[in-house]
Ligand binder design. Structure first.
Ligand code: ISJ
Length: 361
């Protein structure tokens, strides 16, 4: 057989597989419609989106993956299939910290897939308000974001808001040099958020020692500015390059590889147990010797591991400190439930912000 004949044979096989895949994906979509019909028939407030079920499905796909595709890769494909199936009912409305092209938008699409409708907001408080009002189904806000620097603002909102955490998203952050210039030598100005500039300082010192660095409020704003100035560049994401028609002049220019940031999904409800969950809570104690130790001992007593603790001044005058604590496990799990009961007795304040699946993607 000639190589052309061999290729034709494999291509024929691919065409047959594609037809079969298409049939199966459509059959899956019909099943999703059946789920909706059954739920509708039972009346009451219908909730189509099930974060715990989606997390279970994605975890199973990763486990069952026989290769050669990477587990992350197959999970991403199934993420999009589920997103499209769910959108058959009604695309979810997701508010995020804009403008378009921010890492928060990338996080929203990573978590929900591309079949949702994303709506940019200028401030984190606007996102909380829109979700509280029901204008958005969920919101996505940065919580440990090394680029936008708004962690505290998100944490402060939880002190006042009745919203709960329904999910978390982690995103690897890569910075690129974007411009309309034809060569790097033509660049006189570099725009970006100050933290992104700081994260690329070494690279900028070497490649653009004479260009002025100008800090702006978001990386998407930087991309917008670079789009209108051929002597300027922006340090921003690939999404921003596409959105503002900029060329990627240099890729992955961050000094520290492996920079990951975390986002939270906020909604009117948290998530039922998925098998691998986290619980976030807000705790407070008086400023006295041993108070923090006593506050956290219920977790240690139950053998629960704490994955994060962040302290904030309470601003309410009543309590000195407020701690944002993440622990492993769902609030419905006996050990976590027991620790929470103990905490309620000991802490001045114990507000459970929600239990949600650990990020799968
Ligand atoms: C509404 C449901 O399913 C939705 C659709 C899913 C899918 O396409 O696999 C998964 C979870 C839900 O977001 C449900 O299972 O009750």
């Amino acid at each position: 057989m000639t190589s052309d004949e061999q290729l034709n044979q494999v291509r024929e096989r691919i065409n047959t597989i594609d037809a079969e895949l298409l049939r199966l994906i459509c059959e899956r979509a019909s099943c999703a419609q059946d789920v909706a019909k059954i739920k509708d028939a039972h009346g009451e407030a219908v909730k189509y989106y099930r974060p715990e079920r989606e997390a279970e499905i994605l975890r199973r796909i990763k486990l069952q993956n026989p290769g050669p595709l990477d587990g992350e890769e197959v999970a991403r494909l199934f993420r999009e299939i589920m997103s499209a199936c769910l959108a058959l009912e009604k695309p979810l409305e997701i508010g995020y910290l804009g403008p378009a092209g921010t890492f928060t938008q990338a996080a929203a699409l990573k978590h929900f897939g591309h079949s949702v409708h994303t709506q940019p907001f200028g401030a984190i408080s606007d996102i909380f308000r829109e979700v509280e009002a029901g204008a958005c189904d969920y919101g996505v806000v940065p919580v440990e974001n090394s680029t936008e620097g708004v962690v505290n603002h998100t944490l402060d909102m939880f002190m006042r808001s009745p919203l709960l955490i329904a999910g978390e998203v982690t995103l690897r952050i890569h910075h690129h040099l974007l411009s309309t210039a034809t060569e790097i030598g033509a660049i006189r100005r570099v725009y970006s958020h100050q933290q992104s500039l700081a994260q690329c300082r070494g690279w900028l010192d070497r490649a653009l020692p004479n260009a002025e660095r100008i800090a702006v409020s978001t990386n998407a704003d930087a991309a917008k500015l670079a789009a209108g100035d051929p002597q300027a560049a922006a340090v921003a994401s690939e999404a921003a390059a596409e959105l503002y028609s900029l060329r990627v002049m240099a890729q992955r220019i961050e000094d520290e590889p492996g920079n990951t940031t975390r986002f939270l999904v906020i909604g009117p409800e948290d998530s039922p147990p998925s098998g691998h969950d986290k619980t976030s809570m807000l705790l407070s104690c008086r400023n006295e010797a041993g108070a923090l130790h006593r506050l956290l001992s219920p977790f240690a007593n139950q053998g629960i591991s704490m994955t994060r603790i962040e302290s904030r001044p309470s601003r309410q005058g009543v309590w000195d400190y407020v701690f944002f604590v993440d622990v492993s496990g769902h609030r419905a799990a006996p050990d976590v439930a027991k620790a929470i009961t103990e905490l309620r007795g000991a802490a001045n304040l114990c507000k459970v912000l929600g239990s949600y699946p650990e990020a799968v993607l």
